[in-house]
Design a protein around this ligand. Structure first.
Ligand SMILES: Nc1ncnc2c1ncn2[C@@H]1O[C@H](COP(=O)(O)OP(=O)(O)OP(=O)(O)O)[C@@H](O)[C@H]1O
Ligand SMILES: O=C(O)C1=C[C@@H](O)[C@@H](O)[C@H](O)C1
Ligand SMILES: [Mg+2]
Length: 183
């Protein structure tokens, strides 16, 4: 099986886009790209520093440019920042050039995964759990617009969630073609 379209992972902070994305890319024998990492590399600063120094609107404009550049490259697995899919221009680009996979996870699981790290600028508030809840509620409808939804269960390992993603992608026409054949 060879991949015809870039698989774009979308979802909340802590849903596993980076962790599952790396495992998925290895399984599919394609490159793994992470829009947050690419932005950070290009700016030579952490995401938190970019938010602090340049502000969120600047971050979002760089994010859109990075997504466009990566989507124009060869098919790969692309993990996006948690907010990227909230913007209509990004969604249009992703839908044109890739296939979107929403990694869905319930709030308790997300909180368990993000609570110990202080690298996420949007959660640097007096009550990060309340902030996470508000962001989660505000984003649900947009994430639901993804081509495919895969639920991340607390009992699943990264490898098991990755298998769920592959099964969901197989059910989508045009994502894979038998190796050696062009789509
Ligand atoms: N299916 C899973 N099983 C077990 N642990 C997981 C799973 N998915 C993610 N994790 C763990 O949860 C944490 C957060 O995951 P990850 O960093 O991949 O989220 P993310 O969606 O990329 O978040 P962000 O949007 O902030 O970049 C990591 O420590 C990761 O190893
Ligand atoms: O959910 C969000 O809006 C964000 C998630 C991270 O991946 C980063 O892209 C940044 O911290 C913003
Ligand atoms: Mg990530």
């Amino acid at each position: 099986m060879s991949l015809n379209k870039t698989v774009v992972l979308v979802g909340m902070m802590g849903s596993g886009k980076t962790a599952v994305g790396k495992a998925l890319a290895a399984e599919l024998h394609v490159a793994f790209k992470d829009s947050d990492q690419e932005i950070s590399l290009a700016a030579n600063r952490s995401i938190a520093e970019i938010f602090e120094r340049d502000g969120e609107p600047f971050f979002r404009s760089v994010e859109s440019k990075v997504l466009e550049r990566l989507l124009q490259g060869p098919p790969c697995v692309l993990s996006t920042g948690g907010g990227a899919f909230m913007f209509g221009n990004n969604r249009a680009l992703i839908s044109k050039l890739g296939i979107s996979v929403f990694l869905s996870a319930d709030l308790d699981l997300l909180w368990e995964r993000v609570r110990s790290k202080d690298t996420r600028p949007l959660l640097k508030t007096a009550d990060p759990k309340a902030t996470l809840t508000r962001i989660f509620e505000g984003r649900k409808d947009q994430y639901a617009l993804a081509d495919v939804t895969v639920q991340s269960h607390p009992s699943y390992s990264i490898a098991q969630t990755t298998e769920q993603v592959i099964a969901a992608l197989r059910a989508q026409p045009g994502v894979f073609s038998p190796s050696g054949e062009k789509s």
